[in-house]
Design a protein around this ligand. Structure first.
Ligand code: CFM
Length: 543
């Protein structure tokens, strides 16, 4: 709900109060990462994708997490070897819930973690030998379609040449072996790792098959969908029902075999803009395939995205089929959603997730009557907040320059317009083609937008806004629950899901409602409610 001018001013003052606890320099820094939504100010700017100040308890991950964990990890028929100490792999193993399945007899390595288990002696004397042995073992026993080698921090520090190890292994085994210098420190967050992974996938795999025409009508790729809790399966179920041919999903339940054909699609859908907009842009540049920003989180957004897709292809039969499928799906979910809405109506939420969900889930919350009063991203860039129109104004710093910007050129043989030029002109203002509007413009006056929200601020904003639920991550979840507030993990979905698409929305509504109605809360007494946090007595004479 939008607040009045007076209320907005009050919020701005409250923010100043929260920031007062910081030393002057930190205060200045953090103030630039926080916006109180105020449409009277016009376009509001936020600082994003810069270093977290030392000492601040951030929720961010590292470049390695973004490269191996996020983008590469879900590709099921490739072996993802982590060159580094075991801790990096232990943390990354199975925690992201990017599900994958294969037909009997096909390679599916999704449940494995391959690590070189670097020891102190490898750090001192070099770890290349160990890596070579690891590749031999993995290729011989697992028969992967391709191999990735991802570097963790010590690898970059000691200078192991994973590039030449990869090259030699590729020669030896005749399958692609790709190296990724995605050492954790390579960027300010996992965002850097996304970019590094995007570059190599584009250079080495995408478009590497001989296929010239798509194997089905209305051929699409789904980009930035990682099948967390089965999300992409639910999305694909609906798309296939309408008649789309899904060439590849990047990278949820994805495969090397699918990725090779990705150039044949006639449209690229982009769900998570942050993690994969690089590939979307490069596909457009190289093959002329436009990308469409979609959002399959929430009933209304899903229906809207399906309509946008149908409009792009413009075939009356497809448009009609789309409406039929939407009607059929809505008939199944709307009544149920209404029931959950009755139990959730009027409540408020914080929606703070990595780089895209902080925006996407706000609509779904709204559908069950929950207003988002604070939202933000851990590591997104200004365009994810303010819209892609700000990209030319984003300042490059040393950290950004650290990540290679690769340039792709038009593939003279394969580049073609996927739909007639006049048609493109006609629809370009009606659907978000090659454009993302960002989060801020969708938020109500008086709400907070916070970049890289930290633990101190989380507690302070909870005290100020008293939300009924927090959408968050594992690092802050239990602190929040100990404050007596249900916390819905929106990275792993707390072992639940899918939350995408029509049926996923119902599952989400059910889980959130359960969070509110669980009797657990009657048994939790936050420590400060039963005893003061500080106790002391003043005695005379210093005794
Ligand atoms: Fe994209 Fe993601 Fe996200 Fe992301 Fe992530 Fe994730 Fe996320 Mo956790 S790719 S930016 S790096 S939607 S792992 S599936 S939930 S922080 S908001």
């Amino acid at each position: 709900m939008a607040l009045s001018k007076h209320e907005i001013e009050k919020r701005k003052k409250a923010l100043e109060k929260i920031l007062e606890a910081y030393p002057a320099k930190t205060k200045k820094n953090r103030r630039s990462h926080i916006v109180v939504r105020d449409t009277s100010e016009g376009a509001q700017e936020i600082t994003a994708n810069t270093r977290t100040l030392p000492g601040i308890m951030t929720n961010r991950g590292c470049a390695f997490a973004g490269c191996k964990g996020v983008v590469l990890g879900p590709i099921k028929d490739m072996a993802h070897i982590v060159h580094g100490p075991i801790g990096c792999s232990y943390y990354a193993w199975g925690t992201r819930r990017n599900k994958a399945k294969t037909a009997e007899g096909e390679v599916n390595l999704i449940n494995y973690a391959f690590s070189t288990d670097m020891q102190e002696s490898d750090v001192v004397f070099g770890g290349e030998k160990k890596l070579i042995a690891m590749i031999d073992e993995v290729v011989e026993t697992m028969k992967p379609k391709a191999v990735t080698i991802t570097a963790t921090c010590p690898v970059g520090l000691i200078g192991d040449d994973i590039g030449s190890v990869a090259k030699a292994a590729e020669k030896k085994y005749g399958i692609p072996v790709m190296s990724f210098n995605c050492e954790g420190y390579k960027g300010v967050s996992q965002s850097a790792g996304h970019h590094i992974a995007n570059n190599v996938l584009m250079q080495r795999i995408i478009g590497s098959s001989d296929l010239e025409e798509p194997a089905g009508k209305y051929a699409i790729n789904i980009l930035g969908e990682y099948n967390i809790g089965g999300d992409s399966w639910e999305i694909e179920r609906v798309l296939k029902d309408i008649g789309y041919h899904v060439v590849s999903v990047m990278t949820g339940d994805g495969s090397y075999e699918q990725l090779k054909d990705a150039h044949t699609a006639e449209l690229n859908l982009v769900q998570c803009h942050r993690s994969i907009n690089y590939i979307a842009e490069m596909l457009e540049e190289k093959y002329g395939t436009p990308w469409l920003k979609v959002n399959f989180i929430g009933v209304q957004s899903t229906a809207q995205s399906l309509r946008d897709m149908a409009l792009y292809f413009g075939d009356p039969a497809l448009i009609q089929k789309t409406e039929e499928v939407i009607a059929k799906e809505l008939a199944q979910v709307e009544v149920v959603m209404e029931q959950y809405k009755k139990l959730c109506e009027g409540k408020t939420a914080f929606c703070f997730v990595g780089g895209s969900r902080g925006h996407h889930y706000q609509g779904l919350f709204k559908e069950i009557g929950i207003d988002t009063v604070l939202a933000g991203y851990e590591f997104a860039h200004r365009d994810d907040y303010e819209g892609r129109e700000v990209i030319p104004n984003i300042k490059m710093d040393a950290d950004n320059k650290n990540i290679e910007e690769i340039k792709v050129t038009k593939d003279e043989k394969r580049y073609k317009l996927k739909i007639p030029k006049e048609r493109l002109e006609e629809i370009k203002d009606k659907i978000p083609l090659s454009y993302y509007n960002g989060m801020i413009k969708d938020m109500d006056d008086g709400t907070f937008i916070v970049d890289d929200l930290n633990h101190y601020e989380t507690e302070e904003f909870i005290k100020l806004l008293k939300p009924d639920i927090l959408a968050s991550g594992i690092k802050d979840k239990y602190v929040i629950q100990k404050m007596g507030i249900p916390s819905k993990q929106l990275h792993s979905y707390d072992y639940s899901g899918p939350y995408a698409g029509f049926k996923g929305a119902v599952k989400f509504a059910e889980d959130v409602t359960m969070g509110f109605t669980s009797p657990t809360w009657n048994y939790i007494v936050p420590p400060w409610k039963s005893s003061p946090t500080l106790e002391g007595t003043v005695t005379e004479g210093g005794e």
